[in-house]
Design a protein around this ligand. Sequence first.
Ligand code: IVH
Length: 686
Amino acid sequence: MSTFNDTSAIPASIRTEAESLRTDITRYQKEYYLDGRPSMSDQEFDRIFDRLLTLESQYPGLQDPTSPTHRVGSDLSSEFPEVHHTIPVLSLDKVYSQEELGAWIRKLRAQGAKDFVLEEKLDGASVVLYYQDGVLEKGVTRGNGEVGNDITTNIRTLRTIPLTLPEKLTGPVRGEVFLGKKDFQKINQTLEVPYANPRNLAAGTLRRIKSREVAQVPLQIFVYESFFPGDSDSHWQNLAHLKVLGFPTNPRTQLLTLAEADDAEQALGKFVAHETQTRASLDYEIDGLVFKVDHLGLRESLGYTGHHPRWAMAYKFESPQGISRVLAIDVQIGRTGRVTPVARIEPVEVGGSTISNVTLHNQDYIDGLELSLGDTVAVSRRGDVIPAIESVLEKAPNTPPVWRMAESCPTCHSPLVKNGAHHFCPNFSCPDRELGRLIFFAGRDQMDIEGLGSETIETLRDQGWLRDIPDAYDLPYDKIVQLPGFGQKKVDILSRGIEDSKNRPYRQILASLGVPDLGPKVAELLIENGYPAIADLFALVDQGKTEELLEIKGLGAKIVARISATFGDDQFRGLVGRLEAAGLKFFETPREKVQIQGVFSGQTWCVTGSFEKFKPRDRAMELVRSRGGQVTSDVTSKTTHLLAGEKAGSKLTKAEKLGLTIVNEAEFLALSSGLESTDDATKDEV
Ligand code: IVH
């Protein structure tokens, strides 16, 4: 295909078409992202977007940094050169109480302030957008207030930032880039090293070297100050103008006209009270409120102190931390034997709900805090959710020693063993491990036994009827039916759930036994590579030949060592023997194999994003093909399924728009092993 670098060689009709496409796309994106009322169907949007992409690649002379196609970012690395701000990028003075706020308002009223704009103080990353003749020229971080970093290519990927304005304005606009709480949770879950809060993730993303990665994070922005030469004398009106220009402004901002308020402080108090109450239900984080003088002329005469304007004040919320006392430190033992210390604290309310248990992870974590029983501690919710002890505020009287992990398991008294940062109970038959194993085995992602949730497991265990997994296949239903809360209907569901589970394929059973690291993928590798029955693995262990397993691509020394240890353990073999006697299959039949091999037949998959188990992602494509499916490199009308990994981007958006079945890595692994049917695959985003 010939290309046309020279702008003059572009036919006028093409130029006009590209311009009209850009106008339509920009209008659609505003309607979609800002107004929530798109006037065009998603398919139509994709069509015109693709057309513009084609034109721009065919005629590079059409390339323009303000084209909406630049919002998808690029894989080119960019550095962030330093840029001098053309305005002093000031921060706000702050108060922590309504009294101080009241005093400040009274002082300003005495100096002639009548109207105030009440805003939320967004907890994000401060940026300055520089426009030149109506075109976004630069996006710059706040930096030290005088010099910031040029992050323009990353800023352009934020879809709500207008790349061009309907007026030829020149000047800076200040705003805060942030990430919604739900988006934060979703993204953070996929990260190996999670961020503590949405602000850090938003700020970290803005500094990514590859703008394509930035484009995949749904960052948002609210702008709150403009510095255009023709601005009006009222901040409130300037905010309205920013909105007309196409900028996202915070709809919760209010104008308070004190002259009209019967009682100014009462009116302010109402705003503060309303915000404090509704803050938790917002999908973005605010760390305070901002009160600004509306009149720009008055602002100038009030002036500035050091780093702060005298005409604005931040009212900061107390950071949601609670103070509590450590009453006890218990240890919990999971199915793998891992010991997790948990602090029981005096119940304390933090961020709207009560915390009384806080995980302490391991001994190293406790040593880092220098935590002892009885200490007074600061408690927070990391990333607004997970309770954490932040620090010791006051040591307990007589400064007891830092808490130490017991030498032996508190439940079965076996000596604990340390492996890495964690302690483990090595006893396979430890009652806590049995319970953990049972809950894991019956769980949705393993055997998925209907009617056998963790509550039922605990009730049956308390009765002495269900100690370890095999007991589930020998339950006294005639007695269970007499337990309070267990009618015939519930017992029928349970017994049917247990009966059904006997028909699960071997690979599913093997991955449900709770052997550490032996999940669906490893089970499949073993079965597909010459070990289709558990007896094969027992034989290998007995002959001391487990190192043969290292020849299987995808199995490492760690899992092979686990297999040697577990499959050689008499207690484990006893468990398997009892399950076999109950009717569970510990081998795969050739028919099952054929079924599994055809699980993707008639389906066309597209694979996007990055994966833990499929590196490079071609390996996932190979798996689709080996199971009878077809693969496309892009989401097209033929595609039926999208496998979306971490940082899935435009293909995910497109697949959502087309209503394709979207599955994540874990679901894909289950599907490819025949553990689930593709009809049930969740359509949730990843
Ligand atoms: S006004 C001179 N308004 O809070 C104007 N700032 O310490 C100063 N912020 O660096 C900024 N929401 O990043 C303003 N509605 C809002 C704000 C806001 C968040 C941030 C901003 C600033 C810091 C102040």
